[in-house]
Design a protein around this ligand. Structure first.
Ligand SMILES: Cc1ncc(COP(=O)(O)O)c(C=O)c1O
Length: 415
């Protein structure tokens, strides 16, 4: 493969096993023979409305046809920034980027410059850059980032031990293995310690609710980052926060910061999400899939469980079981994201949900036929912890019977 970073295309392996995805619409992608693949990956959750959404496509085409050059999109950026700050409900500033990684790095840099401190305490994944490299708990990486793996005790410890060094705590909220209250509690601990907080909403912003997911649980942050949810697959990300912290970002600009079609896509996406009440719809339709799929799994007595909500859920199982599940799902042309959460789009409704359940049902039948030895096996607590760690890059609390040192040893082994 000539593409050096092609492994990141994992959910669309179909295209690597000589099936070219040639078009996409709503919840489906299609190959050259016009066979449909039901997509639960949705470009890593960046397709919130569905593929090829008409409102987004026409907004993009109109902007392309207008010929507005890269570098002249302040009008569109302004509309988008107004929308984002209104949804956050504050007098905030917004800086735009292209990727989630760029946004989280900018947010951390802004907090560092605003506080004059260097240490960033972190929960979860924030991008591919070496800045975010995971190192064992207790030891900051070379870029001055200390990971605490979503554990309240480790967070408190870091805040106490490094009280005068912490520029910010950045937390990627997650709702598949922990509750909104659990996440709100992490933010509350930071508030009590008086440190700057960054909510990395790249994954769940605009997916759980219109705006920041943590606000739904009553939590607030000083700075927010968005990416996946805001532009239906177009490359737009942003940092939004208090003016005092955002000021250092004034010169964080690159050649294509002001490219226009992405912003047109984002404005259309956020309008359409609000119009559809897409998040409420995802809770209901995605929720129906999660409930029924869990029943199908129980009926087969396979060692697989479903965790999460209709907006984002995970097939929880051991890696060797997942391998069989992915293969059989693909045979039914159901595209699943490996080792991670599934992200339905707002096109995942009604008959599409029935279709997904039918495909899953047939995949599970084939799984039982091919691997009868899996039937009756039980998922272990360690399988659940491993699945959570690979999905959220953290621990879903301190597992029963584990000491804090056990958690530290476990996280150390994983990184
Ligand atoms: C919470 C979170 N932050 C940051 C990122 C990085 O975003 P990107 O892949 O757009 O660089 C991701 C990507 O999955 C993410 O889930």
């Amino acid at each position: 493969m000539i593409i050096a970073n092609a492994d990141g295309c994992a959910p669309y392996e179909v295209s690597r096993s000589s099936v070219d995805v040639v078009r996409a619409e709503g919840a489906y992608v299609y190959d050259a023979d016009d066979r449909s693949y039901l997509d639960l990956s949705n470009a890593f959750g960046s397709i919130m409305l569905g593929h090829n959404d008409p409102a987004v496509v026409s907004a993009v085409l109109a902007t392309v046809r207008s010929g507005v050059p890269a570098g002249a999109s302040l009008g569109l950026q302004h509309r988008l920034a107004e929308r984002i700050t209104a949804d956050l409900g504050g007098d905030l500033k917004v800086a735009f980027f292209k990727t989630g990684t760029a946004a989280t790095m900018a947010a951390a840099a802004a907090a560092r410059r605003a506080t004059g401190r260097r240490l960033i305490v972190s929960c979860g994944y924030h991008g591919y850059d070496p800045m975010w490299e995971f190192t064992p708990p207790g030891r900051p990486n070379e870029e001055g980032v200390l990971h605490v793996y979503h554990l309240p005790e480790l967070l408190d410890q870091a805040l106490a031990e490094h009280a005068d060094e912490v520029a910010a705590v950045i937390i990627s909220p997650d709702y598949i293995h922990v509750s909104p209250e659990y996440i709100a509690d992490l933010f509350a601990r930071c508030r009590r310690a008086g440190v700057v907080t960054i909510a990395d909403e790249v994954k769940h912003g605009y997916r759980m609710r219109q705006g920041a997911s943590i606000n739904g649980a009553g939590a607030q942050a000083d700075v927010y980052t968005y990416a996946k949810g805001i532009s239906n697959g177009w490359p737009v990300s942003c940092v939004a926060g208090d003016e005092r912290i955002m000021e250092p970002l004034a010169e964080f600009v690159s050649t294509l910061t002001f490219e226009a079609p992405g912003y047109a896509a984002a404005v259309a996406t956020l309008d359409r999400l609000a119009e559809l009440d897409a998040q409420a719809q995802l809770r209901i339709d995605g929720g129906r899939f999660v409930d029924r799929a869990a029943e199908l799994l129980r009926a087969r007595d396979l060692p697989i469980e479903l965790a999460g909500t209709g907006a984002a859920f995970q097939f929880v199982c051991a890696p060797e079981v997942q391998e069989v599940l992915l293969e059989q799902a693909l045979a039914e042309r159901l595209i699943l994201e490996p080792s991670d959460q599934q992200y339905p789009s707002a096109s995942f409704r009604g008959e599409v949900v029935d279709d997904a359940l039918g495909r899953l049902d047939r995949a599970l039948t084939a799984m039982v036929a091919e691997r009868p030895d899996l039937v009756g096996l039980k998922l272990t607590d360690l399988d659940r912890i491993n699945a959570a760690f690979s999905q959220m890059d953290g621990l879903p609390g301190r597992p029963a019977g584990w000491s804090l040192q056990d958690c530290v040893d476990y996280a150390t082994e994983q990184v």
